[in-house]
Design a binder for this molecule. Sequence first.
Ligand SMILES: Cc1cc2nc3c(=O)[nH]c(=O)nc-3n(C[C@H](O)[C@H](O)[C@H](O)COP(=O)(O)OP(=O)(O)OC[C@H]3O[C@@H](n4cnc5c(N)ncnc54)[C@H](O)[C@@H]3O)c2cc1C
Length: 509
Amino acid sequence: MDISITINSLLTIFLYTLTFIINNINGDYMNKSIWSEYKEKIKTKQFKDNLYTDILIIGGGLAGINVAFNLNKTKYKVSLIEKDELLSGTTNYTTAKVTFLQNTVYDDIKKCHDEETSDLYLKSQLEAIKMIKNNIKNYNIDCDFQDEDSYLFTLEEKGINKIKKIIKILQNNHIKYNIIHKLPNDLKCLYGIKVANCGTFNPIKYAYGLLNNTNVDIYEHVRALKIKKEDDKYIIETDKGMITTKYIVTTTHYPFFIIPGLLPLKMHLKKSHVVASKISKPYNFNAISVDKKEISIRYYQNYLLFGGESYKMSNHIDYEKRQDELIQNFKKYFNTDINYNWSTYDLVSNDYLPIIGKIDDNHYVACAFNAWGMTNTTIAGKLISDLINKRNNKYELLFNPKREITLKRTLNFLTDNINITKIYLKTKINKNKEFYKDNVKIVNIDGKSYGIYIDDNQKEHIVRNLCPHAKCSLIFNYQDKTWDCPCHGSKYDIDGNVIKGPSVFDIKK
Ligand SMILES: Cc1cc2nc3c(=O)[nH]c(=O)nc-3n(C[C@H](O)[C@H](O)[C@H](O)COP(=O)(O)OP(=O)(O)OC[C@H]3O[C@@H](n4cnc5c(N)ncnc54)[C@H](O)[C@@H]3O)c2cc1C
């Protein structure tokens, strides 16, 4: 046997194995969530030129689907448009803990408003969990729901006080809890609490379960571009034709239009990273830490979902480094391979309460779930359906988009917008050279900035380095191979086609 052929073969096998291992950690599984395995075929309609409907839901994530589900028994004709495939947005990247133990949110709301508001929010979350459980039971939804305890914990001295404040709120609301110093998977913590009656599920299977119990007309691959009001009707321009409707419900995660006095000024984006790893022994609990280096844990079948590195998107633009940090943190506690690895952002309001309600005569919006969308999209579905059907709902004022502006909200507003201005200027002045490596360049042609991505075949993909939404410059995201807007989160592929809003337009070629 020719020894050089054998060495060559062994080398090839070694290289293939190495590539496979690297891909499993950092390549093929990059930004592919565990939920992307659960697509279901659902009956959709073909969009033909123009559409007339009574209620148009824009956005087919968990929020839009909850609204459709709650409007099911009304006299109205309900249609839903989705720019891509159903459930391909943030819902596809969630960790889907169904819990009312939501980090420090009750204390944050108390600081922005008052104790009464914080208590009402807590009530709404407890009610939402009951609604989810009832839906699963009454409609026989197979979504792998696990009834679980939820844990809130800290690994740091300064986290103890944060948890004690949450304990006080739980005590005032007569909610039982236990003090803990370790999680059921043996992860030791300095201090923590656990509460009962929470859970986890497969969010995609749950959403399809709701959809299978509605008769809404669904149109995929129809993108809303503009909304115009004519008398008592709305005309929506889409990339496929016009839609005329009496009511609109916008559930596009980040609304694609400006809401004066509210959006984008009173929100920020919170980006989080997640890895999923196959394990031999799954546990029946979910947990989140209050620490700056946040840890989120849940199990799904024989996978552990470990999340963290949550930060205001305008404060960090080194996404790849953040993902690496999450992996390093994961490896500190668990010695298993990583099978899925993803990140995305959720929208956070400056008083930590979701925005659900009326923004114009017959136009409703549901967004800013502050990374607690499983319960809050459930609330949104019921609340918006009640508002359209002129029924009372005790949470109408709590989530009202036009609610009171308090001093703390104003301070948060200033901090958020200073951060966004800083990142805006940084992208303009610095050009963020440190983020552009070998295969990505920024060039100036006739005084205009362009981004160039050179692909594996050495082909250059050139885009104007300007987000059509609010004219921020773009950052190259090495994890997703996309151009991202660090101000408001729009995302474009290497040829400038818009993938994620708020922008609805491609970058000018
Ligand atoms: C990493 C991470 C972990 C999380 N973990 C939890 C958790 O454990 N528990 C919890 O309760 N919450 C969690 N959340 C929050 C929760 O996942 C989200 O709040 C929720 O999924 C948002 O649902 P949505 O329907 O508003 O948005 P999406 O799922 O993004 O749906 C919006 C849809 O609108 C479509 N769309 C956008 N623009 C247009 C347009 N112009 N025309 C037509 N369609 C359009 C999009 O394509 C998309 O499908 C987490 C979030 C993140 C990022």
